[in-house]
Write a protein that binds this ligand. Structure first.
Ligand code: SAH
Length: 345
């Protein structure tokens, strides 16, 4: 029996047709699942009894089981949920003036080994299916339904490396983007990668409107390889080359994420190198305050210094933003809640 959220619209349609049903049934089922948030096939009252029985024989509609929920004073909600095999995943809702953004987990654990990140404290045990990622968005949407609001943005920036789970992530994006489903606009869906170059090339060839964010965090190979092991496989020259191709082929702006780590990547030389990499590209740099993970020993840059970094980078001709911190009081940095729950922090 399959989890019905695992099927993209086209896949569900193939199944519906194979049952000898008309394809408008697919639209009905999708609307029940994602727009009316059905929790049982019996609720789909405009389907025939036969269709409901078929759905019950082939699929389950098993929601995630909520294990822990934390709400921050700024409205950030963090959920720790259990999958059917007992694996734990975190999902975060952040409230911005432009909308409600959900940060989803794409893998159980992570193998990328970035030295500052809490997710890497737990090695990857498996990829999430696309439906398990969809279910995280649905769980938050159900929270928002209480206020009559909707999930307007999704970022795949929770635990895991989405491009190490490329196909399921693409299927997830197509599912939540679909007009008959949650219909979240492609430009409101962002996939963030530490820089797996072959998958960036694949992504470029898909020619979608989904956003691409790159976790850069260091502007030279020596430092980046120390902070992010992926850089040893795909150094900056290869990464930047692939990104330029992506940007030209798709005419899309790229976001570079840059966590400010005190005395590590926050010096004047780094501003110069960063500007050298990014200037002239259709891109901007998102400067992120570090959410301290005690194990790793990195320190946060104070706000005045972050502002100085921002000013200098702007003056060097780079568009950038200084991201405000969300939910620091509830361990909202990726992997923190799960790692704490499992006694690893
Ligand atoms: N693997 C993907 C997506 C998950 S990480 C990637 O690397 O992009 C999402 C973002 O959070 C990345 O930019 C990551 O570097 C950042 N991040 C990880 N740990 C953090 C921490 N403790 N504080 C702030 N940002 C962190």
């Amino acid at each position: 029996m399959r989890f019905i959220y695992d099927l993209t619209y086209d896949e569900l349609n193939v199944w519906v047709l194979a049952q000898g049903q008309k394809s408008y049934r697919t639209k009905q089922i999708y609307q029940w699942l994602y727009q009316k948030r059905a929790t049982a096939f019996e609720q789909m009252t405009d389907l025939s009894k036969e269709m409901v029985a078929l759905l019950n024989t082939h699929f389950h509609l098993n929601p995630l089981q909520l294990v822990k929920r934390q709400e921050s004073s700024d409205g950030t909600i963090k959920c720790l949920s259990k999958l059917t095999d007992g694996s734990l995943v975190e999902t975060v809702l952040m409230i911005y003036d432009y909308g409600n953004s959900v940060c989803v987990t794409s893998q159980v654990g992570c193998n990328m080994g970035c030295t500052f990140c809490a997710s890497g404290l737990i090695k990857k045990s498996r990829d999430l299916t696309s439906g398990e990622i969809v279910a995280q968005v649905m769980a938050i949407q159900r929270e928002l339904d209480k206020k009559g609001e909707r999930v307007s943005h999704v970022v795949i920036m929770g635990a895991g490396e989405p491009f190490d789970n490329y196909h399921n992530v693409m299927r997830f994006l197509r599912t939540v983007n679909h007009d008959h489903g949650l219909a979240i606009g492609a430009r409101h869906l962002t996939v963030s990668t530490c820089g797996i170059v072959p998958r960036i090339k694949d992504f470029a060839n898909e020619h979608t409107q989904f956003n691409l964010a790159i976790s850069l965090h260091a502007p030279n190979d020596e430092l980046r390889s120390r902070l992010m092991p992926i850089n040893r496989a795909y150094p900056l020259s290869e990464l930047m080359g692939a990104l330029k191709d992506y940007s030209e082929q798709n005419n899309r702006r790229i976001t570079f994420e840059y966590i400010l780590l005190k005395d590590v990547n926050d010096q004047d030389e780094h501003i110069k190198q960063l500007a050298g990499l990014v200037r002239g590209m259709n891109a901007y740099v998102n400067l992120i305050p570090y959410n301290v993970v005690d194990e790793h020993g990195f320190k946060q840059v104070d706000f005045a210094s972050a502002l100085r970094f921002y000013d200098k980078l702007t003056k060097s001709g780079v568009k950038c933003t200084l991201r405000q911190e969300h939910g620091a009081d509830i361990d909202a940095a990726c992997g923190q809640l799960r790692a704490k729950h499992e006694g690893k922090l």
